[in-house]
Design a binder for this molecule. Structure first.
Ligand SMILES: [Zn+2]
Length: 281
């Protein structure tokens, strides 16, 4: 049986097909129509699944931003990173269309599941993903922490700065508004002309441009605080850093500073599609 994994983020939908032995057969990504509402998001997912479809596909796994009930396959709550996605019956819609089993989970939880393959003995692991938003998921004593309404371990919405920048979860000063790719680009653009993406920001910092160095230094300070908070609360064996921003290895490694409990995602930005097809609840 082949499987299709879909990773729905605020900027891109990553999609992959896996063969009988779990080997990656095909993968691509398309933009998420994140501001267009629920139906266009579903249509983009269908478009990705249709492109990967083969006769012997027997399972579709979807990892989605937002608080996800993996038992019912529903998005319980999403911020405006995915407008209209709160209440989306992801499993129901996909089962009705494709007549195969559908697994659904939060995207950071899926990334965690995807990476856990490399740490089979570990019982306490926290995953942090730095993309459009900042995702968080924690394995505690061998169980994925879920909490009330599946809202636990949302490290991106722990507050780093009192009375800080407003977050689209409604609070101020969340980790997400300092550590996401969106936040980095926004802060960079305020001070630097012509900045378009994070890679450019990091490149300009590496070449010594003062404004860029300053934005990156603040990012690193805030990331250091978040890592320390995770350690203080859960004392995990590993904290795994993933998502687009974590591709900037040198910036992340300066924060990690040789600490053995912090590692970069081995599957990079594909951790979520691998985890999406995992049976683990
Ligand atoms: Zn927030």
């Amino acid at each position: 049986m082949k499987k299709i994994g879909i990773d729905l983020g605020g900027t891109a939908i990553k999609a992959a097909r896996f063969g009988e032995e779990g080997e990656l057969e095909d993968e691509f990504s398309i933009p998420t129509p994140a501001r267009a509402g629920r139906m266009p998001i579903f249509q983009a997912i269908y478009c990705a699944v249709d492109k990967l479809w083969k006769e012997d596909v027997g399972l579709i796994g979807v990892s989605s931003a937002g608080d996800i009930d993996p038992v019912r396959g529903i998005c319980v709550h999403a911020t405006d990173n995915l407008i209209g996605w709160t209440g989306a019956n992801i499993r129901g819609e996909l089962e009705r269309r494709y007549h195969v089993r559908v697994l659904v989970d939060n995207d950071a939880v899926a990334a965690l599941k995807g990476e856990l393959a490399f740490y089979p003995e570990a019982k306490n692991v926290t995953m942090l993903t730095f993309g459009t938003g900042v995702g968080g998921a924690s394995l505690v004593n061998g169980e994925i922490l879920r909490g009330k309404n599946f809202g636990a371990a949302r490290w991106g919405h722990t507050i780093l700065v009192p009375h800080g920048i407003r977050c689209n979860c409604g609070k101020r000063g969340c980790a997400e508004v300092y550590l996401s790719a969106t936040a980095l680009i926004k802060q960079g653009q305020k001070r630097m002309l012509g900045l378009v993406d994070c890679k450019q920001l990091f490149d300009r910092a590496a070449s010594g441009e003062t404004e860029a160095v300053d934005v990156v230094a603040r990012f690193q300070d805030h990331l250091g605080i978040l890592l320390e908070n995770v350690r203080t609360v859960l004392a995990p064996e590993y904290i795994i850093l993933g998502g687009g921003v974590a591709k900037s290895v040198s910036v992340m490694e300066e924060v990690i500073g040789g600490a053995e409990d912090v590692v970069l995602a081995r599957r990079g930005s594909l951790a979520g599609v691998y985890g999406a097809i995992s049976e683990r609840i």
